[in-house]
Design a protein around this ligand. Structure first.
Ligand code: FMN
Length: 225
């Protein structure tokens, strides 16, 4: 798979097959992804990978607490600005609509929406969960570096025929995740990620989030045609 195909075929996969992944594959992805650039080569990412009984133990801790959603443990940092201004508000709303439409959940059926949302905390059935942690003293530049690292993981996963879903939803369980991973005080969870083989037959994987046209977000000056 070349880089164009890896980028084009990546999407946020929300239903996985239970097929386990060898530790060597996950190590390979996490290690190669560290070729991602970072300001001053700080390499500010810290990765925690869980699988098998370990992942099951985390899921089991949270399963009885899904009635606490959506607030859960309140979040260690605000994932979205409040209020969310246009055009971002509409884009966020639209992608949510598409997601729930794909599984036949109407907007007003809140319990069904929360049921689907709670699948985040089962890694959507994936055999591997990744957590990306960042140092509390680090700022916007290091967080951006983590984003680049996360996307590199997602693309390398495609190279192995695997799929991913980044999961900031885990931030809402930051206390439980912190205790579970024995996270040092200086680190905080930036995002989780589900990793595994896609269930390509699942309706929730059947749609793709749209993108705004190029000229809406980019300008090009001084080029010769
Ligand atoms: C850092 C980050 C965190 C995300 N967190 C979640 C999440 O918790 N749950 C989820 O279902 N999708 C999550 N997403 C996926 C976004 O909704 C998705 O990237 C966006 O809608 C574009 O769709 P695509 O990734 O399929 O192209 C996250 C994406 C990013 C980059």
């Amino acid at each position: 798979m070349d880089v164009f195909e890896a980028v084009a075929s990546r999407y946020s996969c929300r239903a996985f097959l239970p097929t386990p992944l060898p530790e060597a594959t996950v190590r390979d992805i996490v290690e190669r992804a560290a070729r991602a650039p970072s300001a001053g080569n700080m390499q500010p990412w810290r990765i925690y990978a869980v699988a098998g009984e370990r992942a099951d133990a985390l899921k089991a801790q949270l399963a009885p607490r899904m009635n606490e959603l959506p607030k859960a443990e309140g979040g260690d940092y605000p994932v979205f600005p409040h209020p969310l201004e246009e055009p971002f508000r509409t884009r966020r709303f639209d992608v949510g609509e598409r997601l729930y439409q794909s599984i036949g959940v109407p907007r007003e059926d809140k319990p069904a929406r929360y049921r689907q949302y709670s699948r985040n905390f089962e890694f959507f059935g994936a055999p591997v969960g990744l957590f990306f942690a960042v140092d509390r003293t680090h700022g916007a530049a290091q967080w951006a570096d983590l984003g680049g690292y996360l996307q590199t993981v997602a693309l390398l996963a495609r190279g192995h025929g695997l799929h991913t879903c980044p999961q900031q939803a885990w931030v809402s369980w930051h206390k439980t995740v912190r205790a579970f991973l024995s996270l040092p005080d200086n680190l905080m969870i930036y995002s989780g990620m589900a990793l595994g083989h896609a269930d390509t037959a699942a309706p929730i994987n059947s749609w793709r989030a749209p993108r705004v046209p190029l000229d809406d977000y980019a300008s090009f000056d001084g080029f010769t045609r």
